[in-house]
Design a protein. Structure first.
Length: 305
């Protein structure tokens, strides 16, 4: 695929999702990074993993997509993150996120600062900030990105009990593009003290205006997505698909969104492309796109650290 030479940096968790049928590589920023790489961006991943088989395999998978992994820190005293995942009859997941993971301890370094300065876009989420060390590092990265004029994309991923109203507000204050799901709209609006009784578009535009954002995007599962900018509203219907599971669909959506924004594509075209990619992810068992042909597909499955 043609390279567009945009540098995108993903900040946050790299982990293994523990499905009933086995462990699969995941983590919202890692999923996002893989999709962004396949879509033609130059991608660097900032995270931390344990110094064991799962950590090495995770780094190997990211490298298989051509992702720069030099800023993934390897820790001897913390394990690679894992998340228990169960799916309901509609493929919607329930998560049990294990604590004390390596990605809670991402350290700020001069090398990381230099890489952020070069970035065209920086992606982060709320879950990756549950640990104080990683939260401080992510906030430092966002300050640098803001000063250098980089886009900052917040992909809200509210997971109990790893967030509060202050974290939501502070994260939105640090971003330029806000992406959330329809399930997350109510707690986000409440955290920001906005009118929870207003219509959906009105609430999204209230978020846009209050925080001076460039764009607010709300995904609606099978119903598509609603995108609100200072000058435009795009109501994109869902793309019909056969749902296997929805894990990673939102991450793929965000990768297509960011790639389109960096290219300067029309917002309506971006919305359609992002929904099409998310629908294709829902129809497959994995959370990231097919591995390049030279990479061993067995690397998707983890051994025990």
């Amino acid at each position: 695929m043609t390279q567009h030479n945009f540098l995108v940096v993903g900040l946050g968790e790299v982990l293994w999702d523990l499905f009933p049928e086995g462990a699969r590589f995941g983590g919202a920023p890692a999923n996002f990074a893989c999709h962004a790489a396949v879509l033609g961006c130059d991608v660097a991943m900032v995270s931390a993993v344990g110094d064991g088989p799962r950590g090495r395999e995770a780094i190997g998978i990211l490298r298989g997509y051509g992702i720069d992994t030099t800023m993934i820190q390897r820790l001897e005293d913390a394990p690679t993150g894992t998340v228990g995942v169960s799916l309901d009859a509609n493929g919607k997941p329930t998560f049990v996120i294990h604590e004390g993971s390596a990605w809670d301890w991402i350290a700020w370094t001069p090398e990381l600062e230099a890489r952020i300065i070069e970035a065209d876009a920086v992606y982060f989420g709320t879950l990756g900030q549950r640990g104080g060390v990683s939260r401080t590092t992510i906030r430092c990265a966002l300050e640098v990105a803001s000063e250098s004029g980089s886009s900052r994309i917040l992909d809200v991923n509210l997971r109990e009990p790893f967030y509060d109203a202050a974290l939501i507000r502070e994260s939105i204050e640090s971003t330029s593009v806000l992406k959330l799901s329809d399930d997350e709209l109510e707690p986000v609006v409440a955290a920001c003290g906005l009118d929870s009784m207003a219509g959906i578009e009105t609430r999204l535009r209230a978020l846009l205006d209050r925080f001076g954002l460039d764009l607010v995007v709300m995904t609606r599962g099978a119903e598509g997505a609603l995108l609100v900018s200072p000058t435009e509203t795009v109501d994109q219907p869902g793309i019909p698909t056969t749902v296997h599971n929805t894990v990673g669909a939102g991450d793929s959506f965000t990768a297509a969104l960011v790639t389109g924004l960096l290219r300067g594509d029309p917002l309506r075209s971006i919305a359609r492309a992002a929904c099409e990619l998310a629908a294709s992810v829902c129809a497959q068992p994995g959370t990231v796109p097919e591995l390049p042909s030279h990479t061993n597909p067995r690397m998707f499955f983890a051994r025990t650290d």
